[in-house]
Design a protein around this ligand. Structure first.
Ligand code: GTP
Ligand code: MG
Length: 292
């Protein structure tokens, strides 16, 4: 069964199955991409890649059209030089820092990731470095209990970095495979954000290398969400995106826009509010669902 079912894929394939690629057909492709929520910048980039494709002139049959489209989309989603899967060093502590704008689904995704890793036989520790909201640590604790993994929180009013420090220490003590650190989502100034994430990063890295920084983006916020997320990629070196709420009203094209505009691959997608509703993202499967 297809995991993804987005309308703009069908519109794209239709446009490509015309007799000739006239200006009108290019306009049709353009409109399909815009409607799919790729945004003007990514739409333009994809059209340029298609027009430059060596076989584009011969693409009058639907199978050829699909191949070219699929090639261009997969290549865009597989951001050059950046692995699309999560990088684990076996036998070592792997620390994953979770960042993103508030309400995007960070804490929920941390809970789901914990569950995913625990099911893969890894020993997992979660850290509540969101000390901004009193309820945030409780929310994460509930997820830790559901996923049956260990959990570290700070004293009231603790600094986020001090929680990250304590959690890294604990994770090493218990020989954990993975530590996932949840952070607060309030949007500060870029300088404030850099400062806070910088501190958290430094205290972790004193004890263990940081394996991944995952940026959580809410797919239903479309182009706006993308603009907000950019601040994070400027503040910290993001290695992957968790794209949440793809089960909602999202049009799917935002996946392509993220890869194209942030130059960061989507590594996981959130497809609901339950603990199992997080899947590793595979560009080839996504494009195949989209165009078939
Ligand atoms: N439908 C759907 N809802 C989701 C998904 N991921 C998260 N949510 C919901 O989004 C809301 C916010 O999730 P949180 O995990 O609290 O978001 P957060 O980023 O930690 O929020 P702050 O800590 O306030 O910044 C909750 O109601 C979640 O159930 C998803 O993939 N699909
Ligand atoms: Mg949260």
């Amino acid at each position: 069964m297809a995991l993804f079912n987005f309308d703009f894929g069908k519109k794209l394939v239709n446009a490509f199955s015309r007799e000739k690629l006239t200006e009108e057909v290019w306009q049709e492709i353009h409109d399909a991409l815009i409607l799919g929520d790729l945004g003007p910048t990514t739409t333009k980039a994809i059209i340029e890649k298609l027009k430059k494709h060596q076989n584009i002139k011969k693409a009058t049959e639907i199978t050829q059209a699909k191949e070219i489209l699929s090639e261009v989309l997969v290549e865009t989603l597989q951001v050059k030089g950046k692995p699309t899967t999560i990088q684990f060093n076996p036998g070592e502590l792997n620390v994953i820092l979770i960042v993103g704008v508030n309400g995007t689904g960070k804490t929920t995704s941390v809970g789901k990731l914990a569950n995913l890793f625990a099911h893969a036989g890894k020993k997992v520790v979660l850290a509540a470095a969101d000390t901004f909201r009193a309820a945030a640590a409780n929310q994460l604790q509930t997820w830790a209990e559901r996923a049956k993994v260990e959990f570290v929180r700070g004293e009231d009013n603790a600094e986020p970095a001090s929680v990250a420090f304590k959690a890294t220490q604990k994770a090493k003590e218990v020989s954990a495979d993975v530590l996932v650190v949840d952070t607060a989502g309030r949007l500060h100034t870029k300088a404030g954000l850099m400062d806070e994430l910088g501190k958290i990063k430094r205290v972790i890295e004193k004890q263990s290398p940081l394996s991944e920084v995952l940026l959580v983006i809410d797919a239903t916020t479309g182009q706006n969400g993308l603009i907000q997320a950019k601040v994070f990629t400027e503040a910290v070196e993001v290695t992957g995106v968790v794209l949440t709420k793809l089960d909602g009203s999202a049009k799917g094209g935002i996946v392509v826009a993220i890869a194209q505009e942030l130059q960061v691959p989507v590594k996981f997608v959130g497809l609901g509010e339950e603990i199992d509703d997080l899947k590793a993202f595979d560009p080839v499967d996504f494009v195949s669902d989209l165009l078939n």
